[in-house]
Design a protein around this ligand. Structure first.
Ligand code: CP
Ligand code: NVA
Length: 307
């Protein structure tokens, strides 16, 4: 494993498989009441420039379950880059704790932390990627479908950080990915170039401007908010632009009968997804949320055992 987990592209297919195996093991034995103090007395510093429910709770709970602990550093605590430079923050934390997890506005902040820290740095969401989320999501798909190979994944909505990580994962794993976004909100060329550089032979990506085209024969339908954190002032404008990109019962009926519907959460019910779908029989959103815990424990063990 590389020192850091900043991007899905930091992992090879073998490393992803290893993380999934360890996640399944920790999940199963954890539910049987077995303790795994694999990170006894180790400390994780968690830097948050943005709000969080799932990421904060799963990383902190994960560290405690592994015998260590976590320290929450919110925006007002350290004022990253204002009270102190990003490199100075990374160098100081490296003297006290064993790992840094960071949720930042710009991706360059996570990169600057990783370049200046001597301990592992984990990207817990930046404007470019959300790699921890996507590991949990594909682990969830594997649990529900029993395989990843040959599945048709449809992503509907904004080609944002979550979508970028799905693109990179799909290119490493050689999956069929169909994205439907409004004109002007399709994936950036830079992420497509990155994906093309690493792709395995079976990777197939199609981009549409109509959700119906992307969900045809889909095994998985994935959606996310139309305005991500940091884009709040575009919310009203985006509500209009994305109105035809809602994942609702009609759209789900156009996919395979056993399609699963995914959302990283938090969801804006009634916007990108309806209550009926998110609370309905195809939805696996709470499995995704639960699996954040199990996959993040596996990532922490892999990074910290190697460090
Ligand atoms: N999905 C996710 O990262 O949730 P939070 O923003 O609540 O951490
Ligand atoms: N794309 C969303 C994901 C939230 C977990 C955001 O960045 O706000």
């Amino acid at each position: 494993m590389q020192k850091d987990f900043v991007s899905i592209a930091d992992l090879t297919i073998d490393e992803i498989d290893e993380i999934f195996r360890l996640s399944a093991h920790l999940k199963k034995e954890g539910k049987e009441g077995k303790e795994h103090h694999l990170l006894k007395n180790r400390t994780l510093a968690m830097i948050f420039e943005k709000p969080s429910l799932r990421t904060r709770v799963t990383f902190e709970t994960g560290m405690v379950q592994l015998g260590g602990h976590a320290i929450y550093l919110g925006p007002k605590d350290i004022q990253l880059g204002e009270r102190e430079s990003i490199p100075d923050c990374a160098r100081n934390l490296s003297r006290w704790v064993d790992c840094i997890m960071a949720r930042t506005f710009t991706h360059s902040t996570v990169l600057e932390l990783s370049e200046n820290a001597t301990i592992p740095v984990i990207n817990a969401l930046s404007d470019k990627e959300h790699p921890c989320q996507i590991l949990a999501d594909f682990f969830t798909i594997l649990e529900h479908k029993g395989r990843l190979d040959g599945l048709n994944i449809a992503y509907i909505g904004d080609s944002n950080n979550v979508c970028n990580s799905i693109i990179l994962f799909s290119s490493i794993y050689g999956l069929n990915l169909r994205i439907a976004s409004p004109k002007g909100y399709e994936p950036h060329t830079s992420i497509l170039n990155e994906a093309n550089k690493m792709q395995t032979a079976t990777f197939e990506l199609m981009v549409f401007n109509k959700p119906e085209s992307a969900v045809k024969d889909a095994d998985v339908i994935y959606t996310d908010v139309w305005a991500s954190m940091g884009q709040e002032d575009e919310k009203i404008k985006r509500l209009k632009i994305f109105e035809d990109f809602q994942v609702n019962t009609d759209l789900v009926s156009k996919a395979k009968k056993d399609v699963i519907v995914m959302h990283c959460l938090p969801a804006h019910r009634g916007e990108e997804i309806t209550d009926e779908v998110i609370d309905g029989p195809h939805s696996v959103v709470l499995d995704e949320a639960e699996n954040r815990l199990h996959t993040e424990k596996a990532i922490l063990v892999k990074l910290l055992k190697a460090a």
